[in-house]
Design a protein around this ligand. Sequence first.
Ligand code: SAM
Length: 206
Amino acid sequence: MEPIKRTIEDYDQIAEEYCKKTEEEGDREFHERMLDRTLNFLPSEPRVIDLGCGDGRDTEYMRKKGVDVVGIDLSGSMIDLARKKYPESAFIQADMRDTVFPDDSFHGAWASASLINIPKSEFSRVEKEVYRIVEPEGIFAFSFKEGDREGFEESVVEGHERYYSYYTLDEIEDELNLFDMVKSERCPKKIFGSDFIYCWARGKKR
Ligand SMILES: C[S@@+](CC[C@H](N)C(=O)[O-])C[C@H]1O[C@@H](n2cnc3c(N)ncnc32)[C@H](O)[C@@H]1O
């Protein structure tokens, strides 16, 4: 079965438990600083898409800051959970590789720990879609697991496997074709044994 399909089927089974565990394990204070930095790159009252929003935690955070934000996730269970937890935020079940949004819909895209589930061979497809839906010279902010492997592995919830792609910072810079890296920062705390790097990239001139 295709890695993303199998991974999403797994998230569908464990959405609630998974989100609870990541909430307990994450470095919330650092993460919110990274979100605030992302908003600082954007104009006032920005339009933002939260790619692979999970239970909608970051979508809600941005909405409360006055951002016109929509969270998308391919897992129906994640979207159900997000709508239940944060009824005032907007959520849509969609694939970040091929969204329904018109060109130039957003000032920026935020992908927190969601590119980690995209096989490396599909990274450029996601990048192309983000480039299409963000305005010229818009911001693509994302975090990823540091390393150099990819494949199915058990993580967070015992007995459940999902597809993970790890990158080095050099590798991710090489992968970016339509965006230029502006800044990066490593999370000071390992999350479930992994180092996470946050990146901010700006769309190349069209
Ligand atoms: C590790 S979770 C991160 C969730 C949330 N962004 C966070 O920071 O807690 C990855 C999320 O990406 C979603 N996802 C994976 N592949 C996707 C795709 N192709 N399109 C949309 N969402 C996807 C998964 O369903 C899952 O909710």
